[in-house]
Write a protein that binds this ligand. Structure first.
Ligand code: GAL
Ligand code: ZN
Length: 672
């Protein structure tokens, strides 16, 4: 396993670089990412390139045996460029042209920006595309960050119309697909269509969904421009990737990942715990983990998402928190042992390399309060000290990183369904990604590895497939779920599945629409449940108790399945208007099973159900785990990570293993 760091040589006097590079090598680092925000230093005026400093920085790093990853600097177009081509600046949903002064201030459809992008990427790739110390490239930096995934400028409006024309071919087909007859929106010409912002009331959700898809496709083509430019100039030895954000949902990462060699992520455990805990977890769930380690379930969810964007390729953590961050609510300080724990966690989840963000805490500008491996005064910070402590772990880490992560359970993530539920949640708390997280956390607590995949992924290695909410339906998805069950798999279809067509219109079939054949039931009614309202549940599955909240659906055997012994009711409502109806059903399909869950489960319910399904499908947990202890397996290594302040024990294949607070134990297991 390789470790590395994000470095900004342009922030420090050249005399310091040598010492920095020496300290990096001494800490056991071998990768250094540089230059992703250094456009103006490379090209202070249009066409005047200054490469000396970058040549020199690469030489200094290479002399210490460090391998360099170059970032293309397009996340921060320089002032001269924004001044000479103001159309580069993006327009937000409020119709305001945003200004220069921070970063990500560009419209990915701007023709001049695309030209200048090609120019700077060509210049960099021509110079360093065969440099022996440069091992790879990171395109741009965190596409879509700071709310920039969707631009609403005139250029985007024009390109959107072309995108629509290519998709629908005739304006009538578009009118049909969007249902524009509603509120007199029928279009007579492509030019009448605008981006769906600044509308008086809610815009048409089919229109908005297409705008989200278009915006995501825009970044795919913008990334492709850079990728093609790089590929035409760089050596085959150099990889090309970009860095994704953990649990970011504005862009379709499946599409962005496809053409890359592998994906990388930014992982900031304490920042994400602060910003996401309240979204994901009901107030009643109190965290058991130490205050400065982040929520391991949220961190691991981010890792797992990354692993699934490019199945069969390990991911990298291109930015790993290594002290406090500066952008969250409290930006907690970090104590010794934490950075080592985070590094092990990434490895346990399938990472092949981890680079810390950043080398040294900056003295000026926006991120002054962000930590680095060195403090502001260049003394060694807590992360650097952890690297020293990790030296003893490194041989084992390398052994582990060469083995794959394997799971027998998968769930599907579909960005179209996610965006469509965002557009019409119907209940304030109906959140798609949170619904996924509930299942994810349940599986982690049960010690059951899981992959999160796209709908077109190869599902054959899995025994259980969970689709938390298949809100938008396609014939293709219905067919692939059916084939999975027929071949002996267990499919769990969650609440609100099959409600919509891929155009984001309501289905005119009885619910769950195209999935009815698969699950053998009809959803005869559905209720959104306001806070304080819940329907009680009864179930034969141990532990599957407690109320249905947020959303409930009344399930009945589909007409043809009435009295069919292959259809079983596994839970029913015991209070409220759906009292006589099922809440969870199971239908025998070929050699497998298809279940339909008619409510939005909470964590204990998801745990009880998944434990039951795993037992029946013969999927064994890795270990018996208390809360706050995470288990993961790569090859024959079982990795146990304790995120609490107390020693904890796990039972692994009948053996008790003790894991110290904020510590890691690796156990060799039998079988895989
Ligand atoms: C990342 C970003 C870095 C830096 C970091 C601070 O999202 O890519 O450039 O801003 O956050 O935590
Ligand atoms: Zn634009």
């Amino acid at each position: 396993m390789k470790l590395g760091v994000c470095y900004y040589p342009e922030h420090w006097p050249q005399e310091r670089w040598l010492q920095d590079a020496e300290l990096m090598r001494q800490a056991g680092l071998s990768l250094v990412r540089i230059a992703e925000f250094a456009w103006v230093v490379m090209e202070p005026r249009e066409g005047q390139f200054t490469w000396d400093w970058l040549d020199q920085a690469i030489e200094v790093l290479a002399a210490e045996g460090l391998q360099v990853i170059l970032g293309t600097p397009t996340a921060s177009p320089p002032p001269w460029l924004c001044r000479s081509h103001p159309d580069i600046l993006p327009v937000d949903a409020q119709g305001r042209r945003l200004r220069f002064g921070s970063r990500r201030h560009y419209c990915p459809n701007s023709r001049s920006y695309r030209q200048h992008t090609e120019r700077i990427v060509t210049a960099m790739a021509s110079r360093y595309g065969n440099h022996p110390a440069v091992v790879g490239w990171q395109i741009d930096n965190e596409f879509g960050c700071h709310g920039t995934a969707r631009c609403y400028c005139e250029t985007c409006a024009r390109v959107f119309r072309l995108w629509l024309e290519a998709k629908y071919e005739t304006i009538n087909d578009l009118n049909e697909a969007w249902g524009t007859v509603f509120w007199s929106q029928t279009y007579g010409d492509w030019n009448e269509i605008d981006p769906p912002n600044l509308t008086i009331a809610e815009p048409n959700p089919s229109h908005v969904l297409d705008y989200y898809r278009f915006s995501s496709d825009t970044y795919v083509t913008y990334q492709q421009l850079q990728l093609s430019t790089l590929e035409s100039l760089i050596s085959e030895r150099q990889f090309v990737t970009t860095n994704f954000m953990s649990q970011f949902t504005d862009l379709d990462y499946h599409d962005l990942a496809k053409p890359l060699d592998f994906v990388t992520m930014s992982s900031y455990p304490t920042g994400h715990a602060e910003s996401r805990h309240s979204l994901y977890m009901p107030q009643s769930v109190r965290p058991v983990y130490a205050y400065d380690v982040g929520d391991p379930y949220i961190t691991g969810f981010g890792h797992t998402l990354m692993r699934g964007y490019k199945p069969n390729r390990p991911f990298w953590v291109m930015e790993q928190q290594c002290g406090n961050v500066n952008w969250s609510m409290y930006n907690t300080g970090v104590r010794p042992g934490t950075v080592r724990l985070w590094t092990w966690h990434a490895l346990a989840s399938g990472a092949e390399a981890v680079l810390y963000f950043r080398w040294r805490a900056g003295l000026y500008a926006q991120e002054q309060f962000h930590s680095g491996l060195l403090r502001h005064d260049a003394s060694l910070a807590v992360g650097y000290v952890d690297l020293e402590a990790m030296k003893a772990d490194r041989p084992l880490m390398s052994e582990i990183s060469s083995t794959p992560y394997e799971a027998q359970i998968a769930f599907l993530l579909d960005y179209d369904a996610l965006w469509a539920t965002q557009l019409q949640p119907h209940h304030r708390d109906f959140d798609y990604i949170r619904c996924l997280f509930v299942y994810y956390r349940a599986l982690q607590r049960l010690g059951l590895p899981v992959d999160i995949l796209s709908e077109d992924a190869d599902l054959s290695p899995y025994k259980i497939l969970i689709v938390p909410t298949a809100f938008l339906t396609t014939e293709q998805l219905a067919a692939s779920l059916k084939a999975f069950a027929e071949a002996g798999g267990t499919v769990l279809l969650g609440v609100r599945s099959g409600f919509k067509t891929s155009n984001n219109q309501f289905t005119d079939h009885p619910l769950p629409g195209l999935f009815r054949d698969l699950v053998g039931i009809t959803v005869s009614d559905w209720h959104s449940l306001p806070p304080g309202v819940s329907y009680d549940l009864n179930s034969s599955i141990p532990g599957l108790v407690g109320p249905a909240t947020i959303w409930a659906e009344a399930l009945n055997p589909a007409d043809s399945q009435s009295g069919d012994p292959d259809l079983q009711m596994l839970a029913n409502y015991s209070s409220g208007p759906f009292s006589s109806h099922a809440a969870l059903t199971q239908y025998k399909v070929g050699a497998g099973l298809a279940l339909y869950l008619g409510w939005y489960p909470n964590s204990p319910q998801a745990e009880a159900l998944l434990a039951h399904l795993a037992t029946h499908a013969g999927v064994l947990p890795l270990a018996d785990l208390p809360d706050g202890l995470i288990a993961s397996r790569r090859g024959h290594h079982l990795i146990l990570l304790n995120f609490t302040e107390e020693p904890l024990t796990a039972t692994v294949q009948g053996r008790t293993v003790l894991i110290g607070p904020r510590d890691v134990e690796v156990v060799k297991t039998q079988g895989s």
